[in-house]
Design a protein around this ligand. Structure first.
Ligand SMILES: [Ca+2]
Length: 144
């Protein structure tokens, strides 16, 4: 076997080894990401009657001028903005019906699991009051 032939074989073997290694490295890097998959956005705002997502749950894909439409006005104690990321993916929660009074910004992907310690901004009637059992309407916006 000539010296050139040996060099060719070694180079080929090295190339094969390198190619064989690349997918393994890529897979090792991709694996952790797939292991921490979060719940997929579904375009809805969720509200539960009790803290920690307990009790009855309702949802809206659009705006609501009065949470009585889901029998949830002044009853919600936990909420989750599971809207699709993009335009109009944030939610403003309002103290009064028809998007009136003070508001609270619930950014896309955010949740409040225990609302007694979350408060409306001082930007209208109900400002500074707890969100717990006080949300009456909401709308999707670009607030965050
Ligand atoms: Ca409640």
């Amino acid at each position: 076997m000539s010296k050139n032939r040996v060099t060719f074989l070694l180079t080929t073997a090295l190339a094969v080894a390198t190619v064989g290694l690349a997918p393994a490295v890529a897979h090792a890097e991709a694996a952790p990401a797939s292991g921490v998959t979060a719940a997929a956005a579904d375009g809805n705002l969720y509200a539960w009657e009790h803290a920690y997502e307990g009790g009855r749950v309702v949802s809206w894909s659009g705006d609501s001028s009065d949470w009585a439409d889901r029998d949830m006005r002044n009853k919600a104690s936990s909420v989750f903005n599971n809207g699709y990321a993009g335009a109009y993916d944030d939610v403003l929660l309002y103290w009064d019906v028809n998007h009136g009074g003070a508001s609270f910004r619930l950014c896309n992907g955010s949740r409040l699991r225990y609302m007694p310690y979350d408060f409306f901004n001082h930007n209208g009637a109900g400002g500074g009051e707890t969100l717990n059992d006080n949300v009456a309407s909401h709308r999707w916006t670009n607030a965050c």
